[in-house]
Ligand binder design. Sequence first.
Ligand code: CA
Length: 238
Amino acid sequence: MRLLVVEDEKRIADFLCRGLEGAGYAVDAAANGAGALDLTHSTDYDLVILDLMLPDMDGIEVLERIRRAKAGPPVLILSARSSLDDRVKGLEQGADDYLVKPFAFVELLARVRALLRRGQPTLEKLQVADLALDCIRRKVTRAAETIDLAPKEFGILEYMMRNRGRPLSRTMIVEHVWDMDYDGLTNIVDVYIRHLRSKIDDRFPQKLIQTVRGIGYMIEAPDKPVDRAPDAVSERQG
Ligand code: CA
């Protein structure tokens, strides 16, 4: 899930980006309307968080132009303007929700999750074989055993499970899970896949994360489920 935060006040923008990244989202930031429009034209976002008072144009204009260009991502307006008029105007112009500053981060996060859920009502829970991922509670279990994942690990796994059976390149994974400030190597994906495997695959006979040669990775249940004999759990490290 990739979000765009449009906010000119650096302190608030940093606070939002840090919090949302901590919750496992990839987050880009724009400090003005023009930057926001550039980014929404070039990148598919799952959600835009939009401040109304921007230095170069009114946030409502940004909203109109996002909406004019294409159906576009859901937009959550975040503004110090609290009058009923402003709220109605924002919602009439196609905003999906409106939160008045100051706000509690937990409330913002709850609204963000609700909006992201709205687009994908049937996919709150993802399942591949006995691996289950609950997008709302951000909980992962395999064979009913809870598995703790770091936010980026969770992001990669969620992305792979949403694209079950589809080979994903390292670049696709990086673009989906890291934000645009990340300009490191796509090798980072291999490192995270190794972590994920150690947590969700190594102890189980049925390996779900598959390496697709020349492309990257894919998650899928193998064709023939392997019988779960406790003795058969491989000790690959010997
Ligand atoms: Ca502002």
